[in-house]
Ligand binder design. Structure first.
Ligand code: FAD
Length: 374
């Protein structure tokens, strides 16, 4: 069958969260948008399934409000290591735990309602410079957006594939039927791994184990966490374990000619930050604004600003992952000063500017690290 070329303002390669958010934001500004993805919705992916308050707010800006039938609120983050427990509550708003497939379905419906043309089971290819195919159909588009994830092809087509992923880690995710025992997301630190537990419904929790070994599965990891194992005793596994690779990657440049990158295609942070989706949604707004102005020059600076704190936080968390002595000191300091943890968290989710975090808090944290026994 032969088709006329498809004409549009914006062609988005990848219909994951970043691609759909960018499509919705571009439609909100009146642009014609096509999204193509080779998978079929709802698309699943290994994810901690926690949306921080800034991520929830960014979703609301896209016209997406999640109800209690889709998501469950959490009040903050709790770190647990070798009997030390430190928790920080959000100072503004709340986070949401939500199954990845539910989030994807909600975004697909919102994009369709906004008038985005959606093509599923459709791979985008580039047979030659400046030529793009959606499946076998030619597409003519003013802009080509790479929302095609961490191994982005668009990044290669655009000549932007520079920089390497660092701190490569391996993650496995599984859901269990269990009444959430906490309204905090729990991060359990072990010797060789971390387990993150997010409530995702009144009867379901999501567990993700992250480690440096591609072989290290959740079942093995749980042997080192008797308290979690006890809580999950007799609880049915609702999904098979699903794996992913994670890494910290900074892409030096995110636009070139008609190309722009968004979401994981434009760089990624460590999953422990819980910020990948928030970054994608905020970048989507900044990119759509630039597209509407027919000028991408504002996007790289906005992208750098949006990424700055999560990249910094990734480095801190990765240092804690590597050095048990540092981790214990940080946890002891935060455990003894809950308001300090709350303010650190508020800074992380953008409710507080780093300047507001202030020299006083930096000194408190620094003194805590020096003074607490390791
Ligand atoms: C272990 C782990 C835990 C995480 N936990 C959290 C968390 O709790 N909270 C949070 O906010 N973030 C979390 N993240 C980060 C978050 O999952 C990612 O940042 C997010 O998935 C990025 O979305 P994306 O749309 O950029 O990429 P993806 O979700 O990877 O989507 C890319 C899409 O592009 C499609 N595609 C690729 N190439 C083509 C092509 N040529 N043609 C058509 N389609 C194509 C793919 O099919 C895919 O659907 C976690 C990440 C990991 C690894």
């Amino acid at each position: 069958m032969s088709f006329e070329p498809l004409r549009t303002d914006v062609c988005i390669v990848g219909g994951g969260p970043a691609g759909l958010a960018t499509a919705i934001a571009a439609r909100q500004r009146g642009l014609q948008v096509v999204v193509a993805d080779f998978a079929q919705p709802p698309i699943d992916k290994t994810c901690g399934e926690g949306l921080m308050p800034n991520t929830v707010a960014a979703l609301q800006g896209l016209g997406v409000t999640l109800g209690s039938e889709q998501a469950i609120p959490f009040r903050g983050i709790r770190f647990i290591d070798a009997g030390i427990s430190a928790q920080g509550a959000f100072t503004r708003g709340h986070g949401l735990g939500i199954r990845r497939t539910t989030l994807h379905q909600v975004l697909v419906e919102r994009a369709a309602a906004a008038g985005v043309q959606l093509f599923w089971r459709t791979r985008v290819t580039s047979p030659g410079p400046g030529e793009f195919l959606l499946g076998s159909r030619k597409i003519l588009s003013r802009w080509i957006i790479g929302a095609d994830g961490r191994n982005s092809q668009v990044r290669k087509w655009a000549g932007l594939d520079r920089g390497h992923a660092r701190h490569i880690r391996f993650a496995f995710r599984q859901h269990f039927r269990a009444t959430p025992w906490s309204d905090f997301v729990e991060v359990h630190w072990g010797r060789d791994c971390q387990i993150v537990i997010t409530p995702v419904s009144p009867a379901e929790v999501c567990l993700v184990v992250t480690s440096r070994s591609p072989q290290f599965r959740l079942k093995e990891a749980l042997a080192g966490f008797p308290e979690i194992s006890r809580r999950l005793e007799g609880c049915a596994a609702l999904t098979k374990d699903l794996g992913a690779v994670s890494g910290l990657r900074v892409i030096p440049s995110v636009c070139q000619g008609p190309f722009a990158l968004v979401g994981d295609a434009s760089g990624s942070v460590d999953p422990l930050t819980g910020e990948g989706l928030g970054l994608a949604f905020e970048q989507a707004g900044a990119l759509a604004e630039a597209l509407a102005n027919q000028d991408l020059s504002s996007y790289p600076a906005a992208h750098r600003r949006i990424r700055r704190l999560p990249v910094l936080m990734s480095r801190l968390l990765l240092a804690m992952e590597k050095h048990a002595w540092l981790r214990r000191r940080v946890l002891k300091t935060l455990a003894s000063q809950p308001p300090l943890f709350a303010q650190l968290l508020a800074t992380h989710v953008g409710a507080f500017s780093p300047r507001d975090f202030g020299i006083g808090n930096i000194l408190k944290l620094g003194w805590g690290l020096l003074a607490s026994p390791s």
